[in-house]
Structures are given as C-alpha cells and as structure tokens.
Design a protein around this ligand. Structure first.
Ligand code: IPM
Ligand code: MN
Length: 347
C-alpha cells in the first residue's frame, strides 16, 4: 500500500489518455499511488443520467488527492444540457471540496515568442460569478430577465489573496499583481483592493502592483515577463489563464491545481485544456499539461523532490525547439504515449 490514495477522473474526450501518461510519469518518478478510478463525465451522464452522485462525492472527499483529465461533451452536442457537467461535476467539486485557490503556473514552451517566462496566476476558485447567484424570470417570454451576480466575501477574497502573498514571498522576484476592474466593479473591486492592501501590509518584502483586467490582457501579450504572481477573481482568472497559456506556447502546456490550502480535504489537479473531442483517438493529444498537473499534485502531497524532477523534465522538454517541431511536423510527430515515454525517461 502506498501512502497516497488518489482518485482518477479521466473524464471525457482526451482526458483518460492524458491522465494515463501522467500516471506513467509519476511511476517513473518513483512515487507509488493507490489509485481509484471514477467513471464520471459525459459518458456516464448519457448512460445513467447521473453527474456526481452524493455517495461518490463523499468517497472523493476522503481521498488524498484527485487527478482529473477533462470533462465536457463534444462542442455543439445537444445530448447534454449546456453547463450541466461543468456546474454539476467540476464546479461542484471545487465548491464542495472547498478548493478555493486555482493555481496555474506558466513557463515558456518552444512555441512562445518570449523564451524565459515564469509566472503563476492565483485564481479565486469558489466565488465571483461562478457562485451561481442569480436567476431568470419569464424565461422564453418577450419580457425575459436574467441576472447573474458576483459573490465576493471578505473571507473568500482574503484567504485567496493571502495564499498569493505567501506564494510570492517564496519566489525570487517577490512580486504580486492584483488584476481586477476596480474602475467599474466598484463594490467588488473595492473589497478586493482593500483586502489586498491589508494583507500586503503583512508582507513588506513583496512588491505589489495593480492592473485593470483589460490592460492586463495587453501586457500579457506584449510584455508578459513583467509578471511574477498574479492574483485575481474567478472569471478574470479563467480568461487570463487561457490567454497566458497561448502566450507561453499553447494551452497544451498549461497545468492547474485546485487547492484546498487549509487541507480539510483533498485537492484536485487537472490540465487547463478541455476534452478536445475532435482529436480523440488520434494520438495527438499533448499530455504535458496533465503531467505537469500531476507534478503539482506530488508537490502538494509533500513529494517535493519528485515533483521538482517531473516539472523540470516537462519544462525543459517543452522548451526545446525540437519539441515543437516534433509536435507540428506530421511525419515526425510524437504520439501522446511517446511524449509520456520521453518525459518518463527524463525523470
Ligand atoms: C477552467 C474551465 C472551467 C472554468 C469550465 C470547464 C467550467 O474553463 O477550468 O478554466 O470555467 O473554470
Ligand atoms: Mn477556463
């Protein structure tokens, strides 16, 4: 028996294939896991009508960690109601397991115009517009009304901001940027800004900056090397991290950790990318984001040395010009499993 009980949710599309490569690399790094597979996602929903039964959620809550591939039906599928899986599975896990930080580290891959990027986005993961506040009236009628509010609590913002300051204080540049839209979202922005300033007073070594989210989009594209750690709300973080993925060499490299830093339960690790149903079975799914997500899991479990080896192997491999060439050239393209093998060999 290993020390870690890890739940596997391969999920939909390319999810199971990339999770398999992540496990291959964890094994090569010498960490033994007791894995439990969970059949969750579009397939189960279409077969049984179930998304996340309560007993399954309870079981997941008792594990040490969860590794997830991807969930979501094929684009345009009418068999699954829009948002049913996202809200019913992924977001429910984030909320019920209190995974209040979504940590997304970015480093340049060979496809990036900027060679030496190394920054992280700390995305608040349980509040904002994702909380599901709102509703609709007179649906389908001419006078239809829909509202979708943003929930921001002092408690929720503070614990996220505190995590970001703590992270920044451990990095060499010790720089933290708050991204929001305080000029328009005056209520939520004010709460975020004051909380940021108050917590910041406890971290005099961390240099701080503030940017509106629209300006941050320009800076991320034009001069991403200015960033060390960014902290932001749930929706801005969702959007900025897709942009950050594109800027650093493609979403295929972007990993994430949905963390419960208080450790009242397991944390969940997943690539930022989705199910990519269009390439299922082609062997063209890039497993690097899932592998790096597994490294974030190892780090959280306390296997810091193994985690560092896996992260280094992924970062170095992804930054080699030949890595991009291999992924783009149809003749020499490495398959999903071959990329997993290459990383496993390096760790
Ligand atoms: C992400 C995804 C999810 C989100 C979706 C699938 C609910 O885009 O993890 O970034 O919006 O958070
Ligand atoms: Mn997203």
């Amino acid at each position: 028996m290993s020390r870690y009980r890890v739940g596997l949710i391969g999920g939909d599309g390319i999810g199971p294939a990339v999770v398999a490569e992540a496990l291959k690399v964890v094994d090569a790094a010498g960490v033994e896991l007791d894995t439990v597979e969970y059949d969750l996602g579009a397939d189960r929903y279409l077969r049984t009508g179930e998304i996340l039964p309560d007993p399954v959620l309870a079981e997941l809550g008792d594990l040490d960690a969860i590794l997830l591939g991807a969930v979501g039906p094929p684009l345009g599928s009418r068999a699954v109601p829009p948002g049913a899986l996202e809200r019913g599975l992924l977001l429910r896990l984030r909320f019920e397991l209190d995974l209040y930080v979504n940590l997304r580290p970015f480093t340049s891959g060979a496809g990036s115009l900027f060679p030496a990027l190394d920054f992280a986005v700390v995305r608040e993961n349980t509040e904002g517009v994702y909380a599901g506040e709102g509703g609709c009236l007179r649906r389908g009628m001419p006078g239809e009304v829909a509202t979708q509010g943003s929930v921001n609590t002092r408690f929720g913002v503070e614990r996220c901001v505190r995590y970001a300051f703590e992270l920044a204080s451990c990095r060499s540049r010790q720089h933290l940027t708050l991204v929001h839209k305080t000029n328009v979202l005056t209520f939520a922005g004010d709460l975020w800004q004051r909380t940021f300033d108050a917590v910041g007073a406890e971290y005099p070594g961390v240099e701080t900056a503030y940017q509106h989210v629209d300006a941050a989009c320009i800076h991320l594209v034009e001069s991403p090397n200015r960033y060390d750690v960014i902290v932001t709300d749930n929706l801005f973080g969702d959007i900025l991290t897709d942009l950050a993925g594109a800027v650093t060499g493609g979403i295929g490299l972007a990993a994430s950790a949905n963390l419960n830093p208080a450790r009242t339960g397991p944390s969940l690790f997943e690539p930022v990318h989705g199910a990519a149903h269009d390439i299922v079975g082609s062997g063209r799914a890039n497993p690097l984001a899932a592998i790096r997500s597994a490294a974030l899991m190892l780090d959280h479990l306390g296997e810091t040395e193994a985690a560092a080896r896996v992260t280094k192997a992924v970062i170095e491999w992804a930054a080699e010009p030949s890595a991009t060439a291999r992924q783009q050239d149809p003749v020499t393209t490495l398959s999903t499993a071959e990329i997993g093998d290459a990383i496993a060999e390096r760790v």
